[in-house]
Design a protein around this ligand. Structure first.
Ligand code: HEM
Ligand code: HEM
Length: 197
């Protein structure tokens, strides 16, 4: 793969996509299972929540790195075969997922700083920079929970569409996000004559 190949994602972008994607699936599942793994009021609760917070902050840093990389590296052009409405829908969906990726760690982080519990980052207590205001905590926590659901719906749609491109359409769109396959993935190589992004 040439680093300037305009028909594929560059290797760093695709490695970050898969690393963060897999980690996010784990973190979202962990978030939804928090109450089952460690019900409120049980001794395991604080350690479990703090593990979720710590992993979430590491993920937040990786997401910022990914976004900076994305802003400095153009994604590949759309293949000419992709209808304009699908290009627009994909662009909107990708932007919405980036927004969710930022909102998740940020809302959790801000909420925790308006609570006396704060954050224990892998055991290291980070002193909250905000006062203990339950209403502010609840507002950001609500944003965290609601974005979690929206994000999940977007990811389900994204994965189904990606699989359709890879297994049904076989138009090379799935392969161009794969870091190692170069041009092997598709019998119909993606052209560079589609719309810009
Ligand atoms: C990419 C990062 C993150 C993802 C994807 C994520 C995802 C989730 C999800 C799906 C839930 C379950 C929501 C529900 O109850 O329906 C949750 C709960 C929670 N998350 Fe996160 N989270 C992330 C980062 C963080 C961070 C950085 C913090 C705090 C520093 C945090 C604090 C919490 C707390 C306190 C809850 C429990 C909320 C409640 O049940 O009241 N999360 N998270
Ligand atoms: C948590 C899971 C995932 C998230 C958050 C996610 C997010 C994203 C985002 C934001 C983009 C746009 C990249 C850019 O233009 O900068 C993207 C592209 C892509 N994703 Fe995912 N993704 C996830 C999982 C998956 C999975 C499981 C697959 C495959 C089954 C997949 C296949 C693709 C493909 C093929 C593209 C490139 C589309 C194109 O050519 O424009 N993604 N993903």
């Amino acid at each position: 793969m040439s680093p300037t190949d305009p028909t594929r994602y560059d290797r760093v972008a695709s490695l970050l996509h898969w690393l963060i994607g897999i980690a996010l699936l784990g973190q979202i599942t962990f978030g939804f299972l928090l109450d089952d793994l460690a019900p409120r009021g049980t001794p395991a609760r604080a350690a479990t929540i703090n593990l979720h917070k710590s992993v979430g902050l590491v993920l937040g840093a990786l997401i910022v790195l990914r976004l900076l990389w994305r802003l400095r590296h153009r994604p590949p052009r759309w293949p000419a075969s992709l209808p304009l409405w699908q290009q627009r829908a994909a662009r909107l969906g990708h932007h919405a997922m980036y927004a969710c990726m930022l909102t998740m760690p940020l809302s959790g982080y801000i909420a925790s700083n308006f609570s006396k519990h704060g954050i224990k980052f892998f055991g290291l207590a980070l002193k909250p920079w905000g006062p203990d205001i339950p209403a502010v905590y609840s507002a950001f926590n609500l944003l965290h929970v609601a974005t979690g659901w929206l994000f999940t719906a977007l990811i389900v749609g994204h994965v189904l569409i990606a699989l359709k491109h890879g297994l049904v359409d076989r138009d090379g769109i799935l392969a161009r996000m794969w870091p190692w396959s170069a041009r092997r993935g598709s019998p119909h190589p993606v052209t560079d004559s589609g719309g810009s992004r």
